[in-house]
Design a protein around this ligand. Sequence first.
Ligand code: PMP
Length: 395
Amino acid sequence: MSEALQQFLKKNVTALREHGLYNEIDTVETPNGPVIKMNGKEQINLSSNNYLGLATDERLKEAAITAVKEWGVGAGAVRTINGTLTLHDKLEETLAHFKGTEAAISFQSGFNCNMAAISAVMNKHDAILSDELNHASIIDGCRLSRATIIRYNHSDMDDLRKKAKEAKESGNYSKIMIITDGVFSMDGDIAKLSDIMEIAKEFDLITYVDDAHGSGVLGKGAGTVKHFGLEKEIDFQIGTLSKAIGVVGGYVAGKKLVVDWLKVSSRPFLFSTAVTPADAAAATQAIEVLMESTELCERLWENARYLQDGLRSLGFDVGKSETPITPCIIGEEKTTQQFSRRLFEEGIYAKSIVFPTVPKGTGRVRNMPTAVHTKAMLDRAIAVYEKVGKELGVI
Ligand code: PMP
């Protein structure tokens, strides 16, 4: 190893460890359901994005097994050579139907979907108005595009309008895009899409919504855009197939012309092998499950309200969540981390999230209830929260 690399790694890894900021990765020893085993110990799992329990659903497993038997384990090529299997077409048709759009294009992950889609449409002559709390993949996609990035204060429509007006009136940009998460993953609040759409119309701007945490959750499962009835208006509906859908992959749903362009210009689509037959088939099956019935979605909301009410009635601050994402705001960073560790010792797995992921002094333990938690599991979690909360003087 070169001396320079050695020094670089030593400096950075050692510094992170010294400040207690090196994120040691926890390994899960069982399927990622409502109860998992870690370090040989059972935990009620309040940390996965498997909102509807579909990651371990029998129907999806069957679809994946059948696909493997019929199609093998790999797609064999990138989509634009001969990696587009009937299964990928079917997934995209199903996605478009689900999202209420003319067409859809799928990617290998939500992260690379944002990198792909933003940089395929925006360039150095353009500007992007981006919510300050947007996901890392949006930030990276914006950077990759080389467009001018104008951050607006989180969900502050006055600030957005002012910056949109300035950008438009400057005459400096060929195209201007507003880009936002549909649901913000740290606080669980919903983007103000009706207002955003109004601003976009007023200044003729492109609209781009990353609905990673809204799909399967809002709009009877169809997502945040559907929740606002804007599926014919928002230009880019982005999503992931890895959270409520339970598998892996990302997608853009929108007008056929948008999708046609992405199919010839987005680099991960052109240069990275397509998702496996099992992934495509399982994701398609998941969407079919969601289109057939809203039962899982309703159970998710019921469980989320139960947990949020339970924590709130104990005196915890569960923030301003409007979705199942349930932050329990502890405040000070060290106490937050200690809180999460104590939960773990008591058999509850809920991750602490502290600065710099969230602002200083707003450390929180983030809980992700799902449709497949039982009331007994949630009761146990609430009881442990009470115990640890009293022990650490949080409540
Ligand atoms: N966008 C948002 C808003 C996300 O929360 C995430 C996942 N953390 C992603 C994109 C990336 O999705 P994926 O895990 O499918 O790459």
